[in-house]
Design a protein around this ligand. Structure first.
Ligand SMILES: Cc1cc2nc3c(=O)[nH]c(=O)nc-3n(C[C@H](O)[C@H](O)[C@H](O)COP(=O)(O)OP(=O)(O)OC[C@H]3O[C@@H](n4cnc5c(N)ncnc54)[C@H](O)[C@@H]3O)c2cc1C
Length: 237
């Protein structure tokens, strides 16, 4: 379905990530599952000609918020989609196609949940975690989030507050290239995963971000005895 929305707020989360809140105009609200994405219409220049195209962006807000949805967008140098979205101003309108995707929580399961994200791969996972908490689900949840350095950190206070409130939620943010002042976890998420020795029995995993991370983590989990069916992933690039 074609949707039309207005930008009502823009948060500069880091030097290259913005969170954009879109208020639905037509239809006035949408229903979606946590983890799904929308395809935003962008104009691309090819061989000197402007062409309409779509770029997928995961919804970072939970489905309980159906009139205003949020996306978080990493600026890719020279990329038409992310550049268009980073140039948006409050009050501007845009079109997108209705939620897509199967990277969603299998709600009937009672297993523990492992989430692994790199960069803006956090978007669908944040929506899933908030949705599960809204529903009062108390499955043990562990999130490993990989970012590069201190200047790339965002959502840290929000996740800290959630893990304080819900003791069954554990968040490990790890920096692959921190400065010498960084006191937190260091290294790529794959290194963190092997260091923390997670138990794979009765575990369901959700991985999102770049292909290299997904491939590595998936292999690691399969080697430890997880089945393919229990590992879900969404590749951004
Ligand atoms: C299902 C799905 C959901 C997605 N959700 C998000 C999201 O929530 N937030 C988001 O920022 N992006 C997301 N992406 C990526 C997004 O759709 C675009 O690919 C990205 O914004 C680059 O588009 P572009 O037109 O600016 O550059 P393009 O010219 O299309 O891409 C240039 C290159 O940028 C790299 N790239 C793509 N995405 C990223 C990224 N996120 N970080 C760093 N490098 C990247 C790739 O190497 C790509 O080849 C998602 C992709 C998919 C498939």
């Amino acid at each position: 379905m074609n949707c039309h929305a207005k930008v009502i707020s823009i948060k500069e989360l880091t030097h290259d990530v913005k969170e954009i809140a879109l208020q639905l105009i037509n239809p006035p609200k949408i229903s979606f599952k946590a983890g799904q994405y929308i395809a935003i219409e962008v104009t691309e220049m090819r061989e000197g000609k402007a062409r309409q195209n779509n770029r997928p962006y995961s919804i970072v807000s939970p489905p309980e918020e159906d009139r205003v949805i949020r996306v978080c967008v990493n600026l890719v140098a020279g990329g038409p989609g992310s550049t268009t979205l980073h140039r948006l101003r409050i009050g501007e309108e845009l079109s997108f196609l209705h939620p897509f995707g199967y990277f969603t929580i299998k709600s009937e399961a009672t297993s523990s949940l492992l989430f692994v994200a790199t960069g803006t791969g956090i978007a669908p996972i944040r929506s899933m975690i908030e949705h599960l908490l809204h529903q009062g689900i108390e499955r043990p949840m562990t999130l490993f989030w990989g970012l590069r350095s201190e200047r790339d950190l965002y959502y840290q206070e929000d996740f800290e507050a959630l893990s304080q409130k819900y003791p069954f939620l554990k968040i490990i943010t790890s920096l692959s290239q921190p400065t010498s002042n960084w006191q937190g976890d260091k290294g790529r998420v794959t290194e963190q995963l092997s260091r923390k020795k997670i138990t794979v029995e009765n575990l369901e995993a959700y991985l999102c971000g770049n292909m290299a991370m997904i491939r590595e983590v998936r292999t690691m989990l399969l080697d430890q005895g997880m089945t393919k069916r229990a590992i879900h992933f969404e590749k951004f690039y």
